[in-house]
Each structure stands twice: as structure tokens, then as C-alpha cells.
Write a protein that binds this ligand. Structure first.
Ligand SMILES: *[C@@H]1O[C@H](CO)[C@@H](O)[C@H](O)[C@H]1NC(C)=O
Ligand SMILES: *[C@@H]1O[C@H](CO)[C@@H](O)[C@H](O)[C@H]1NC(C)=O
Ligand SMILES: *[C@@H]1O[C@H](CO)[C@@H](O)[C@H](O)[C@H]1NC(C)=O
Ligand SMILES: *[C@@H]1O[C@H](CO)[C@@H](O)[C@H](O)[C@H]1NC(C)=O
Ligand SMILES: *[C@@H]1O[C@H](CO)[C@@H](O)[C@H](O)[C@H]1NC(C)=O
Ligand SMILES: *[C@@H]1O[C@H](CO)[C@@H](O)[C@H](O)[C@H]1NC(C)=O
Ligand SMILES: *[C@@H]1O[C@H](CO)[C@@H](O)[C@H](O)[C@H]1NC(C)=O
Length: 775
């Protein structure tokens, strides 16, 4: 036997002995941020390690500080500043002790710990008084698998936030119960459109028990019970003086690394993919991942005409730098064009796939007002709407994407038009003169058109301004004759709604192809004409998925009609107050969010601020997909851009009307916030804001809700519904903030949306009427 062999055996046996003799951590042991509990060989240690540069987290790491397990990762692994020690307390708990008392469990258990041990294989184990294992870190992997560790069926591991933040990141690797090992971005269902890696070992249906395993030589493999199913990496890496571990990296790729214990260097041995743009969700929507040529790192690139909403944040979405594309294109000043993007791949959500040439595809998308992007793949033209997700550049791909952008083509001529138009200063005077001339011609043209329509009523006409002379607002809407609309609605037969300003009928246009809602304004409606103009001006320019779109109109003597897209599922009032078919809590909150997005658009996102003035469930309509859309801008009053409030006679509907209306005070966007608040309370409680059928305490919704909130009886607001009280309380608080009597106390719609989305804290609201009693 050679000396070398003897030495080798010696090393092996001492290593084996070390494994048998774990370091025993007894009750009362404690750690400070500069001490650790090492395993007997000293390779692995349990204790504090630096996180985010200046703070600490608790977990297991190799003596070179490679972190392999992190405690409390899903909440926030950061150890609070006032923690003085980590303690295996005499009562058998593993706790963080704070300066001012108040302990916090590192690992929450129902059983009492008798001792703990940091084993030499990297497993941190807690024992009970019978030396039985009650918890071990190997059963709770974070982002790393160590040799001998197993990922059992149904379990998943998550990447870290960054190289210095060990919190839960945005990618996951799941050992599915069906035997498939799959990677997804977080917060997505386990479905193939979201997956970006698969071991292709789906054995669903048969009797299987498939787990992921790692050997000491870096071989990663799947076992069915104890039978080998598949090798994922072949391994064969040196084990002497090295540890081969598997880690799901920050960028979403899982890799095998060898850590040399001699010189403490990590060597990358194997990767699940070599293309760092493969992980889906690396970039936010409307962006694609591409490799920089200089340092070979993945970066996110927005689509042409888009910019990131938060530069430096890969996962932040990219949004348009141009005006929103309007469908149908009712503002001809906005010209569309298609920008070509080569060799990109996207999540497939096309609404139409047809075989055609590349040029035909470009043109087909340009002419189809629903088409925002066309992917030309093979010889197929795949039309899509935004947002696009999971984009990446693949230089080997011959795909071509065409992205629609809109540009303004005509200078701004009207007084209060609201489009971003870049006009050179020196041409300004000219433009104004030309504007006045064009305006006069326009008015003349309009009068002639009206006369023309009156004379030839059978003529179906669409006024289009081919040469861009589109100076009178809202005129690029489709114009109908009274006969056409009478025919379309079968003589105004089917009434679908009735409001203060008119009656709404169901109709079909385009040879029975398209359903529409025709609103016939009351003849004797005093402000009919003004309202007509207001409504046209206002809605004609708006496009938002939560607003009902105006398609056209008829202006024919006494007959004034508006043509809207048809909302097949009625109004929110129909479904909210219908006791038989009640929407679920989640569905209702989705609706509230949709409505708030629509109102936010009116208040902030279109350049001319619009106060709706009549937000109520009857004015919220539901489309085919049960998406809520706001209708009836008939009472909306346009505000000039720099004004924040307007004086006007009372509009709106009793019960939803903000107190300032009655007090002759200035009306601001906060009046809509009030109405929204009342409606939100209705959405929460599924009852009307005023219900005289109830007892005096309950009749006025706002008062009842505040009473229930103040006395801690939130549960009685939703009665028999199964919903967490915490969620209801959140919504109730938002509602109460919105219905504050003092407009300045009400949040802005932006804030309301953030609160509804759960991204901001909601302070405790005051009694809505406390403002009243104080004056
Ligand atoms: C750790 O030490 C305690 C006290 O010496 C002993 O009771 C316990 O059995 C030991 N645990 C292990 C796992 O060796
Ligand atoms: C550990 O840090 C504490 C203060 O945080 C200090 O008092 C103590 O001396 C340090 N111990 C060692 C071994 O460095
Ligand atoms: C997995 O193992 C079970 C039981 O050992 C066996 O019945 C089944 O056929 C195996 N499935 C596969 C796909 O190997
Ligand atoms: C699955 O297989 C593992 C061994 O690979 C075994 O330890 C475990 O008990 C099995 N689980 C079931 C439910 O059969
Ligand atoms: C998996 O790897 C092991 C160890 O390298 C080898 O013995 C075995 O043949 C491999 N199995 C398959 C199916 O490739
Ligand atoms: C570290 O040591 C390993 C062998 O233990 C060797 O393969 C590797 O090249 C060394 N790395 C450096 C940077 O010296
Ligand atoms: C980056 O953007 C995403 C998506 O908008 C957001 O969830 C995340 O918090 C942002 N990250 C930072 C560091 O701001």
C-alpha cells in the first residue's frame, strides 16, 4: 500500500468520522452578528451574514460566505437593527432577541427544541428531547441544493432578489407532482405558456414519486422512488477539496457550481441554458431581452416608441411615448405607422393568424385598427394587442415583428384641443392664421355636410379628412342619418336603458355585423344641444379600456343621437343589486379597480381634465368579458388645463352627489372621488346607498359602514359571504376615505387606485362627517 493510498484513506475516514460527530448546540447557546455555529469540519456555518451591504440576515453559508440557505426569506430576511443576538432559548425556541425585549422566532415550530446541530453536509437540524429531527433546512430549500439534498414532488425553489439580497426573487424551479421539473416566473400559474425550462418527464396519471437529487460530483438527476428516471446534468466534477452545489441564480437559470475549499473560488460547471434571455419575465411587458455585445450581459430593450416606466428596473413595464392608438381611428391627426423589429420572440396571444407575405402582414396590421403588433413567423401573420410579454431577441430566429406607433401629423389649431403637437415657434403666427382660415372652411364644410345629409338622407356618409384638415373636434366620428339609426334600432324598439339625458336602444349597423347602443337624447331636454356638443367633444377623443367608446352620432334637426359600442352584460347596478346572481368578492374588487382606472384616465391621463360628475352603478356597463366600462359623459364639463375646479349647477344623482354640490362650492375631481367612494361601499356590501327598507341605523350606507367600522363589526357588512375580514376592512377604509365631507381630505384617484391595488398603506380614516360638525 503506497503512502498516498494510506493518506487518502485517512482523509476519507476522518471525514466520515466528522459526519458522525455533529457539533451539538445546546439550549442557552447564542450568537452575535460576529460569531457563528460551525459544522464540525468548519465547512458550513450557521449564523448571521451580511445582506444589502450594511445589514444582516440569518442562514447557512460556506466559510467563504457563499450563502446556501436563508431564514425568513419569504417575508424579508433582513435582521432588524435592534437585534442583539440569536438565541436557542432555554424554553426551546430559536429566536432573535431585540434590544428592548420582544423576541422573534427564526424558525416557527409547534414543538419545543431540545438541541440543534449544524451538520457537515450543510443541513441544519433541530431535535426534540428524544433526539428526533423536528425540523431540518434540507426540507426547506431556498435557492440552493447541496449534495445529498432532495427536492421532493410538489416542492419548488426560488431565485434570490439579487446577489446581495437573499429575499425571494422572481424565478422558480418546481418539481411538479406530475414528474416534470419546470421553471416559471413567480406569480404565474403552472402552465406551459409561462414555462421556460422543462425536463420533459411528465408522467402524470401513473403511480410516480419523482424527486430531484444532487450527487456530490455535481450530477443532477430525477429519481422515481429510488429508480433513476433521468440525468439532468452528468456531473463527474472533482469532489476532492470541492463542493458541487446547484443554485437557481438571480437571472432565473439553474447551474452547478464547484466551490474549491482551498482557494475559495466558485467555478461554473453546468447551466440549464446558455442563453440568459431564456428566463421568461426577465423583462417587463413591451420590452424584450437582448444580449449586449460588450459585456455579454442580458439587457431589456423597450419596443420602438416605448420607454421604461422605471429606468434601471428590468422588470418594470415599458409604456408608449406617443398618443394612445384609437380604434376606430377617430382622430385623423394621429397617423399610424409600423416599425419593423427583427428576430424577436414573444408570448403568443394573437387574435388572428393568417398565411400571407411579410409586406401583406405589415399592411394588414396597419389597416386593422385592433392590431397593435403583428408577428410574422414562418409565413404566418399573427396579429396581437398590447401588452406583449416574455419578449426576447433570438438572433437565429427569422421572425419579424411590426409595431404600430402613432404620430401627429397636423399642427394644433383649435383653442382647447388636447394633443401633443410639436410646432416650430417661427411658424406659429402663420399657423394661427391658417388655423382661422381652416376653421372657417371647416365650419362651412360642416354646414354643407349637414345640409347634404338632410337632403339625401339615404346616403350613408362618413366624413373623413383625407388631407388632414381635421380641425373641428370630434368630427371624424361616423355620421349617421336618422333613418339609418331608426332602421338600425328597428324603429327604436328595444330599450336597454334610460337616463336623465335620454333613452338608450339596442341596434345593429354594418349590415347586421356590429351591435351598437343608440342613445336618443330627449327632445325637450333644455340643454340638449349644449350637452350634445359637450358629449361629442369629450368622448370623441377618449380611448381607454374602461371607458365606453363613442362610435358615431346623428345630428338631424330635433333628433340628436349618439352611437356607442354595445355592452352586452348590462350595468353594474343590474348585477350588484341582484340578490340571486351575486358576484364574488374578487370579481367585485376587480370591477372597482377597473372603474378607478377609467376615472383616473379622465382626471389625469388625458390632457384635458374631465370630471364625470355622475359616477354611479347605472353608468358602469359590463362588456362581453365582464370588464367594467364607464359610460355617459353627458354631464361632464370640460375643464381648461390649468384650472383645478369649476362652478356649475348641480349635476349627478342623489345619493352619489358630493356635499360640495349643495354648498355652492367649487367642484373639483374630488367630487368624482366621493361618488366613487359611495359606489365602492355599494360594491363591498352589494346594497344601494340609500335603502329606506332598512332600519334607521342602516338606511344610509355611508353612515352604517362607518359605524360598523368604528365599532369593529366589519363582518356584518358582507354577512354570509366567505371573505377574509382583513380584506373587507381594507376596502372599507378606502371607501371611507373617499366619502369624506371635506374634499381636501379625500385621496386623489391615483391614490385610490394604488390603495385598491394594495401597493400603499391605508391610514385609519376619520369619521366622514367630522368636518361637518366642526363648522
Ligand atoms: C446534545 O447534547 C445534549 C446535552 O448534552 C444531549 O442531551 C443531546 O442528546 C445531544 N444531542 C445530540 C443530537 O447529540
Ligand atoms: C462582536 O461584536 C461586539 C459588538 O457588536 C463586540 O463587543 C465583541 O467584542 C465582538 N466580538 C468579537 C469576537 O469580535
Ligand atoms: C415509477 O415507480 C412506480 C413504482 O415504483 C412504478 O409503478 C412506475 O411505473 C414508475 N414510473 C415511471 C415513469 O418510471
Ligand atoms: C418517494 O421516494 C423517496 C425516495 O426517493 C422516499 O423516501 C419517499 O418515502 C417516497 N414517497 C412516497 C410518498 O412514496
Ligand atoms: C446517469 O449518470 C450516471 C452516472 O454518471 C450513469 O451511471 C448513468 O448511466 C446515467 N444514466 C443515464 C440514463 O444516462
Ligand atoms: C482553485 O483550486 C482548484 C482546485 O482545487 C483549481 O481547479 C482552480 O483552478 C483554482 N482556482 C484559482 C483561481 O486558483
Ligand atoms: C421593478 O418593477 C417591478 C414591476 O413594476 C416592481 O414590482 C419592482 O418593485 C421594481 N423594483 C424596484 C427595485 O423598484
Amino acid at each position: 500500500m503506497s503512502i498516498l493510498t494510506i493518506l487518502f484513506l485517512l482523509v476519507i475516514s476522518t471525514a466520515a468520522e466528522a459526519q458522525r460527530k455533529p457539533s451539538n448546540i445546546t439550549l442557552g447557546s447564542s450568537l452575535t452578528p460576529n460569531s457563528t455555529w460551525p459544522s464540525s469540519s468548519g465547512v458550513y456555518v450557521f449564523g448571521f451574514f451580511p445582506q444589502h451591504d450594511s445589514s444582516y440576515a440569518v442562514g447557512i453559508f460556506l466559510h467563504d460566505k457563499t450563502v446556501v440557505w436563508t431564514a425568513n426569506r419569504d417575508s424579508d430576511p433582513t435582521v432588524p437593527d435592534d437585534v442583539v443576538s440569536l438565541l436557542l432559548s432555554p424554553e426551546g425556541r430559536l429566536i432573535l432577541r431585540r434590544r428592548q425585549g420582544q423576541d422573534e422566532d427564526v424558525i416557527r415550530l409547534s414543538t419545543t427544541i431540545a438541541s440543534a446541530s449544524m451538520l457537515d453536509n450543510g443541513n441544519f437540524v433541530l431535535y426534540d428531547s428524544n433526539s428526533r429531527i423536528i425540523w431540518q433546512s434540507f426540507d426547506h430549500p431556498t435557492n440552493t441544493l447541496l449534495p445529498g439534498q432532495r427536492l421532493p414532488p410538489g416542492k419548488e425553489i426560488f431565485s434570490s432578489v439579487s446577489e446581495t439580497d437573499y429575499g425571494r426573487g422572481i424565478f422558480r424551479l418546481k418539481m411538479q407532482n406530475d414528474g416534470n421539473l419546470v421553471q416559471y416566473p413567480i406569480n404565474t400559474p403552472d402552465t406551459s405558456p409561462n414555462s421556460y425550462y422543462s425536463s420533459i418527464t411528465d408522467r402524470a396519471g401513473s403511480n410516480i414519486n419523482i424527486s430531484l437529487n444532487l450527487d456530490s460530483d455535481g450530477r443532477l438527476y430525477l429519481l422515481n422512488g429510488s429508480l433513476l428516471l433521468k440525468n439532468i446534468s452528468d456531473g463527474g466534477f472533482p469532489t476532492q477539496g470541492s463542493i458541487n452545489l446547484m443554485r437557481l441564480d438571480v437571472g432565473g437559470i439553474f447551474r452547478i457550481y464547484s466551490l474549491s475549499l482551498g482557494n475559495l473560488t466558485m467555478t461554473r460547471r453546468w447551466s440549464s441554458t446558455d442563453d440568459e434571455c431564456v428566463p421568461k419575465g426577465f423583462c417587463g411587458v413591451n420590452a424584450y431581452c437582448t444580449m449586449t455585445t460588450s459585456d455579454d450581459a442580458p439587457v431589456c430593450q423597450c419596443l420602438p416608441g416605448f420607454v421604461s416606466v422605471q429606468s434601471g428596473n428590468n422588470t418594470a413595464p415599458c409604456s408608449r411615448t406617443f398618443s394612445v392608438h384609437v380604434c376606430p381611428n377617430i382622430d385623423d391627426r394621429l397617423k399610424s405607422e409600423m416599425i419593423r423589429v427583427e428576430s424577436t420572440e414573444w408570448d403568443e396571444t394573437s387574435y388572428e393568424i393568417k398565411i400571407m407575405s411579410e409586406e401583406e402582414c405589415r399592411k394588414s396590421c396597419l389597416d386593422d385598427c385592433n392590431c397593435e403588433v403583428a408577428n410574422y413567423v414562418g409565413n404566418e401573420c399573427r396579429k396581437q394587442r398590447l401588452p406583449l410579454r416574455y419578449g426576447r431577441r433570438n438572433s437565429r430566429s427569422s421572425n419579424v415583428a411590426f409595431v404600430r406607433i402613432t404620430t401627429s401629423t397636423v399642427p394644433d389649431l383649435g383653442g382647447d384641443t388636447d394633443h401633443k403637437i410639436i410646432m416650430k415657434k417661427e411658424r406659429r403666427i402663420d399657423a394661427i392664421i391658417i388655423g382661422i382660415v381652416l376653421m372657417s372652411i371647416g365650419v362651412l364644410a360642416l354646414s354643407i355636410s349637414v345640409i347634404f345629409v338632410l337632403q339625401k338622407r339615404k346616403v350613408y356618409m362618413k366624413i373623413s379628412n383625407e388631407d388632414g384638415a381635421n380641425f373641428v373636434e370630434g368630427i371624424s366620428l361616423q355620421v349617421f342619418t336618422f333613418e339609418q339609426l331608426s332602421e338600425a334600432t328597428n324603429g327604436f324598439k328595444e330599450e336597454v336603458g334610460r337616463g336623465a339625458s335620454g333613452t338608450v336602444y339596442k341596434g345593429v349597423v354594418q349590415n347586421g355585423q356590429k351591435m351598437v347602443a343608440v342613445k336618443r337624447l330627449e327632445k325637450d331636454f333644455a340643454q340638449g344641444e349644449i350637452e350634445f356638443q359637450t358629449e361629442l367633444k369629450t368622448i370623441g377623443k377618449m380611448y381607454h379600456r374602461n371607458l365606453v367608446r363613442l362610435l358615431g352620432y346623428c345630428f338631424d334637426g330635433d333628433n340628436k343621437l349618439l352611437v356607442f359600442e354595445y355592452m352586452s352584460n348590462g350595468s353594474l347596478a343590474d348585477i350588484l343589486f341582484n340578490q340571486e346572481k351575486r358576484l364574488s368578492w374578487e370579481e367585485r374588487i376587480d370591477i372597482a379597480r377597473d372603474i378607478s382606472r377609467g376615472i383616473l384616465y379622465l382626471h389625469q391621463e388625458c390632457e384635458t381634465q374631465i370630471i364625470h360628475c355622475d359616477i354611479k352603478p347605472q353608468n358602469i356597463l359590463m362588456d362581453d368579458n365582464w370588464r367594467a366600462k364607464i359610460s355617459d359623459f353627458g354631464v361632464a364639463k370640460l375643464l381648461k388645463q390649468d384650472q383645478t375646479n369649476t362652478y356649475t349647477g348641480i349635476r349627478g344623482t342623489k345619493g352619489y352627489v358630493a356635499p360640495e354640490w349643495y354648498k355652492q362650492q367649487a367642484i373639483t375631481v374630488k367630487a368624482d372621488v366621493y361618488s366613487f367612494g359611495v359606489m365602492l361601499l355599494e360594491i363591498i356590501c352589494c346594497r344601494k346607498c340609500v335603502d329606506s327598507g332598512r332600519s334607521e341605523d342602516e338606511a344610509i350606507l355611508e353612515e352604517w359602514v362607518y359605524d360598523c367600522y368604528a365599532t369593529g363589526k366589519i363582518g356584518s357588512l358582507v354577512r354570509d359571504e366567505m371573505v377574509e375580514e382583513r380584506k373587507v376592512e381594507r376596502m372599507v377604509k378606502i371607501g371611507i376615505w373617499c366619502v369624506q365631507y371635506d374634499p381636501s381630505l379625500r385621496p386623489t384617484m391615483k391614490k385610490v387606485l394604488l390603495m385598491l391595488e394594495g401597493t400603499v398603506e391605508i391610514p385609519i380614516p376619520p369619521n366622514p362627517s367630522s368636518f361637518l360638525s366642526s363648522i
